[in-house]
Design a protein around this ligand. Sequence first.
Ligand code: GLV
Length: 394
Amino acid sequence: MEYSAPPNVLMELLIVPDKILMGPGPSNCPKRVLEALKNPVLGHLHPECLKIMDDIKVGMQYIFQTKNPATLCVSASGHAGMEATLCNLLEDGDILLVGVTGHWGNRAADMGRRYGADVRVVEAKLGESLSFERIEEALVVHKPSVFFITQGDSSTGVWQPLEGLGQLCHKYNCLLVVDTVASLGGVPVFMDKWEIDAIYTGSQKVLGAPPGITPMSFSQRALDRVNNRNSKVKVYYWDINLLGDYWGCFGRPRIYHHTISSTLLYGLREALAMVCEEGIPVTIQRHMDASYRLQEGLKKMGLKMFAERPQDRLPCVNTIHVPEGVDWLKVAQHAMKHFKVEISGGLGPTAGKVFRIGLMGENATTERVDMVLYVLKESIQSTSPNFSFEKSKM
Ligand code: GLV
């Protein structure tokens, strides 16, 4: 048998450009994280690898503000947190109530249906968070066993308040699942005090690690629900008991579940170390300050935030109305071509309507904000001959 020829493209050098990632994520990894990724690969049950997993566990317990032993990572991107929480907590016919504040609520509703749930929805006005009154009404009407909500929806740039929501859900015998992919580290999260039952985040946003590994945590209430299921968790890969046994969460001997990427563990471990060294309150304040400065700069330019009410604005992903006479795609392409800066367009319900500027991790600084304001302005001026900043201020 003759082999076909190897592909020519793989005979070329790998060239990866250096870009400033100021879209909704991933954000740039700090040098320390990139350096950590160069370490030798370890086996997934080697003691040094297990020690790094333990370091990550305590780091995530701090950042989620939880004492949950079932705090671990799934080996996949942020989406996997949504898959894993819903897959473990839902059985056929269970009622899942989804609070929709943008694209990610719609995605959770889709996933819930795939896991056999009877999905109901309570939807916010586009660009606003949901009031607890609306959520309570929906809990009373639908009697769900699980309520899902996104703390920071990266498509709309909406920040959903959570304090007291766990207590409200528990009054109706309902578990609370929270997506903090685009919010954790940029706004406060108190998993235990707010009685959140299952939570997950993205490694590649505020934390500044590469994508591909997703921290999450389950409360005892959530574990009890899983342990009282009538049917097996439908996906082996997401099964919290199997994952927990690999991550050493339940005081039992570690059992092989899958081959974790030790490389991604190194990156995440160093990213968490940096957040721990800075201290989470300082990290959050830095993100708040950066967003405030961005919003002030945009206001001076006559541009308007998509989330009208200031209290609804997520500091990590800022959504800005695309003004009349401006083509968002040309602006984004210009910014990339001339400045190597990523500015993103909308997603789902905001597609074509907004710019999205991410201020996450090492990009949440005064210098980066001033730079992205300059790049946005210059890119609009260069690509939109019929648009006038002076007129837009009137
Ligand atoms: C991804 O997280 C996005 O918001 O585009």
